[in-house]
Design a protein around this ligand. Structure first.
Ligand SMILES: [Zn+2]
Length: 198
């Protein structure tokens, strides 16, 4: 039986670069990899995985709510790599889990653990439930030298505390440690019990 991996990290933790490096190494050894990505993420063009360092690779399969992965399509594949896995429909995570059993292909998913309000994404939740290995891809906080664990959403430089979980618009994000995040976005504000600065 092969393993299901969830490699999670904040924004800017080089998850896509890590994924593309793994893909490169498999291909260099003459092995077959399949790259998957949720259709919802179209920041860089729907069918491309691109890292900030400039590496990029075309996606083999875009998945959405209606996608059902057929295990027979993965016979002979050496590894499945998934980018932006937080946006995977939970049902597709179930399918990926089954592919690790039959035909027995390892699946490595890269994604965010939580959103800008510190809540799990549905895809991340299912991966935390089903993965054999949960590994952190680390990056340093924007404002200090501690490890970042949260993603702060900013609009015109101001922290955002309300809004849709998925907003791929003009917002920017910063990876922050818990202390720096909570100093700017108190949990009471996220619960709606207090206003920012109040
Ligand atoms: Zn910090």
């Amino acid at each position: 039986m092969a393993k299901l991996y969830f490699r999670y990290g904040t924004m800017d933790s080089a998850k896509s670069m890590n994924l593309l490096a793994v893909a490169h190494n498999y291909r260099k050894q003459g092995k077959t990899v399949r790259l998957l990505k949720p259709a919802i993420d179209d920041r860089f063009g729907r069918d491309t995985i691109r890292s900030r360092s400039g590496l990029e690779r075309k996606v083999d399969l875009l998945v959405d709510e209606d996608t059902r992965l057929d295990p027979r399509d993965f016979v002979g594949v050496d590894c499945v790599l998934v980018d932006e896995a937080q946006f995977l429909p939970p049902r597709v995570v179930d399918d990926l889990r089954e592919i690790t059993h039959d035909p027995g292909v390892p699946v490595i998913c890269y994604g965010l653990r939580t959103d800008f309000r510190t809540r799990l994404f549905p895809g991340s939740r299912r991966l935390l439930e089903l993965a054999d290995r949960i590994e952190e891809v680390k990056v340093t906080c924007t404002h200090c030298n501690r490890k970042a664990i949260f993603n702060m959403r900013l609009c015109d430089g101001i922290p955002v505390t309300q809004g849709e979980q998925i907003a791929l618009g003009d917002e920017t994000y910063e990876p922050l440690c818990s202390a720096c995040f909570l100093a700017r976005v108190p949990l009471a504000v996220l619960r709606g019990e207090s206003t920012p600065g109040g």
